[in-house]
Ligand binder design. Structure first.
Ligand SMILES: Nc1nc2c(ncn2[C@@H]2O[C@H](COP(=O)(O)OP(=O)(O)OP(=O)(O)O)[C@@H](O)[C@H]2O)c(=O)[nH]1
Ligand SMILES: [Mg+2]
Length: 697
């Protein structure tokens, strides 16, 4: 394996809506560059970057896959990312290692929901972007129509660098608008092109495209503008660097064409990336912090600098253990290096560093600033951590993740797996930052949370396949609460005289409703020592405990005040425990008159769907007791904002997928609690039959 200098490296992430052909295209590019000896296909489960069994089975990408092509004197590192909405956190995380993004656009479907999301990631991380109109060989694929849509959404800085030769079945070549040359591809899928003159019927379109490109390049640069005015054009030796700079400065977003499955356009695309996308060194420096929460520091991206490496992804391999993917941000990382983890202040030995081609690792002696690599078996290092030379501390920007949107209770099918479960899940959490594992304090069940139902299902399926643990997912739980709507007054008395020491506690309490979100208040209103001071905390404790167990259906009682206003005691028989029990009895008695009711969490939901689906989505929200609060057109999509009870959103992920053929996305976050409508509450209460154990208490 050759060692590459940063200036000869390109780190390119392929992003875009699901099914635009990212994974297929990477396989085509690798085959064209001679990195693999056959053209891998997603549909046959042989692509390079969808190698995980889960991905092979489902035929879409779930995690970011890494690969590289050695092309001339250059190396292009590819990061193939998922396009499905529930895995986009993985895409965003992988972009932290990229220096440019190829945004794939489906030649038939055009701009889709995740297209704009992926574009947004590019903006957020300041990445130069190129647009690839892909699958040009498909029936009804259209360069013209897709380009129009791109202009409408992303503006006029979107400029073609290539034109297709033929469309749909007859797509077989590419015109390079910079050098005004044509490349023709065979139908044998080699990805290699034959250089020819531009076909006569396309000459006009090509020279128009060339002029438009030259004009856009000149526009942002005074010197080039002068030359352009003088000569009416720009010579190639000025146009190429000018174009490169315009792409790097994000003044211009080039459009190219391809079809990964028949492997057309690949040679042009490889050349394009080398010629026009930036090397990692072009950023010159990268910003970090001295330590988490510390002062900002800058680091030059150069080999002469101290070593620093950013871990952007972790894979939990059942055999190799933890595998960390990293980008060398500065310095030369040598095999067997001892580096400090600046996030955890530990030392790690990087034995056997390598480069990644899908599932295959190749050892390397060293990696230079800007390159991407892999190392197994780090002790404490997780995704987002920075490693580096001890004397030069720095930590790089981490990914900020949204909260998971959905939780399921999980249970191992066999009891004997219970011990293994938590270890296995924790390794999976290392791999996927949006998965969460917790224990429900009320039900004591284990909860697995993620971005959507399918996300959690994939995790469960991995548990089975990688760690051989079978679990069942139970219907997601809604964290209901209980509260009261009326004042009440009650006496709680606990008295037992069974030989020897007796027990005596007696407390009079008032219950009062409080506004939503107020929680619990306890007021001691005892005068004249009806209950000695040292027993008062026991009364409060008794009420808090009883309230946590609920009155109607086992959910904690909230938003109420208890006033302790009278009681009595016994010199010998009173005790803390007796007052606790008395208070608990008083609370239960009071609840009988306090008009107890259930509360449910209401979520703020934001749904993005193709315009044509908006009507159906609104109707569907009505059926879910949703209140629509706004609707807004954005590109070809409609964004709907609504408040919906969480209980109605549990199956939303799969319903939205079927309503929109997978084109809809949504996010939600907790807003507030509201009273559950009576009819629904009755059902929940009826379903909660207290167990024998609870009755006894
Ligand atoms: N006709 C045609 N089909 C293609 C082309 N590229 C990909 N496909 C098919 O489109 C489907 C999706 O391709 P993928 O490469 O998995 O798409 P992706 O963008 O990686 O999808 P996600 O991983 O879900 O984001 C597969 O069935 C491919 O065979 C193409 O250029 N032409
Ligand atoms: Mg894919």
């Amino acid at each position: 394996m050759r060692i590459y200098d940063g200036q000869d490296i390109r780190n390119v992430a392929l992003v875009g809506h699901g099914d635009t052909g990212k994974t297929q295209l990477v396989s085509a590019l690798l085959f064209t560059a001679g990195m693999v000896n056959r053209l891998g296909k997603v549909d046959e489960g042989t692509s390079v970057t969808d190698y995980d069994e889960e991905e092979i089975q489902r035929k879409f990408s779930i995690t970011a896959g890494l690969a590289y092509a050695e092309w001339g004197k250059n190396k292009i590192n590819f990061i193939d990312t998922p396009g499905y909405n529930i895995f986009m956190h993985e895409t965003e995380g992988a972009l932290l290692a990229a220096d440019a993004a190829l945004l794939l656009i489906h030649g038939v479907a055009g701009i889709e929901v995740q297209t704009e999301k992926a574009w947004g990631f590019g903006e957020k991380y300041g990445l130069p972007r190129a647009l690839v109109i892909n699958q040009m060989d498909r029936d009804r694929a259209s360069f013209e129509r897709t380009l129009e849509a791109l202009h409408a959404t992303f503006g006029r800085s979107v400029v073609p660098l290539q034109l297709p030769i033929g469309e749909e079945k007859s797509f077989h070549g590419v015109i390079d608008l910079v050098r005004l040359k044509a490349s023709l591809y065979d139908s044998n899928g080699s990805g290699k092109a034959k250089q020819v003159e531009i076909p006569t019927e396309l000459k006009d379109a090509a020279s128009k495209g060339h002029e438009a490109l030259v004009e856009m390049v000149a526009e942002g640069n005074d010197k080039l503008m002068e030359e352009f005015f003088e000569k009416g054009t720009l010579p190639e030796e000025h146009l190429v660097p000018g174009l490169r700079a315009a792409i790097y400065d994000k003044r211009l977003y080039p459009v190219v064409v391809a079809a990964g499955l028949p492997n057309i356009g690949s040679e042009n695309l490889l050349n394009f990336m080398v010629d026009y996308l930036p090397s990692p060194l072009e950023r010159k420096e990268v910003e970090g912090l001295q330590h988490e929460g510390g002062e900002p520091v800058k680091r030059k991206i150069a080999d002469e600098q101290p070593v620093s490496a950013f871990v952007f992804k972790t894979v939990a391999d059942p055999f190799a253990g933890r595998v960390s993917y990293f980008k060398v941000m500065s310095g030369i990382l040598k095999n067997e290096a001892n580096l400090t983890n600046f996030d955890r202040v530990t030392t790690e030995r990087l034995s056997h560093i390598g480069v990644v081609q899908g599932k295959t690792q190749t050892p390397v002696a060293e990696l230079h600033a800007g390159d991407i690599g892999e190392v197994a078996k780090l002790k404490d290092t997780l995704t987002g951590d920075t490693l580096g030379d001890k004397g030069a501390p720095i930590v790089f920007r981490k990914l900020k993740l949204a909260e998971p949107a959905i939780s399921f209770a999980i249970e191992t099918k066999s009891r004997s797996d219970e011990d293994k479960l938590s270890t296995a899940i924790h390794r999976m959490l290392e791999e996927d930052l949006l998965l969460r594992f917790s224990r429900d304090p009320q039900t004591k069940e284990f909860l697995l949370s993620g971005a959507g139902q399918q996300h959690v299902e994939v995790a469960v399926s991995k548990l089975k396949r990688r760690f051989n643990i079978d679990v069942t997912l139970k219907a997601p739980k809604v964290p209901y609460r209980e509260t009261i709507r009326a004042r009440a007054e009650a006496q709680g008395k606990h008295k037992k005289q069974t030989g020897g020491h007796g027990q005596y506690g007696d407390a009079w309490i008032k219950l009062e409703p409080l506004p939503r979100g107020a929680g619990f208040e306890f007021v001691n209103d005892i005068f004249g020592g009806a209950i000695p001071k040292n027993y008062i905390p026991a009364v409060e404790k008794g009420i808090v405990e009883a309230a946590s167990k609920g009155y109607l259906a086992g959910y904690p009682v909230v938003d109420f005040r208890v006033i302790l206003f009278d009681g009595s005691y016994h010199e010998v028989d009173s005790s803390e425990i007796a007052f606790k029990l008395a208070a608990s009895k008083g609370f239960k008695k009071g609840m009988e008159q306090a008009k107890a009711c259930l509360l449910e969490p209401i979520m703020n939901v934001e749904i993005t769907v193709p315009e044509s689906n908006a009507g159906d989505i609104m109707g569907n929200l009505n059926g879910r007791r949703g209140r629509v609060q706004g609707m807004e057109a954005k590109g070809g999509s409609t964004v709907i904002k609504a408040q919906v009870p969480l209980a109605e959103m549990l199956t939303y992920a799969s319903d939205l997928t079927s309503m929109t053929q997978g084109c809809g996305t949504y996010s939600m976050e907790y807003s507030h609690y509201e009273i559950v409508p009576q009819q629904i509450a009755d059902k929940i209460v009826a379903a909660h039959k207290p167990s024998a154990e609870e009755e006894e208490e």
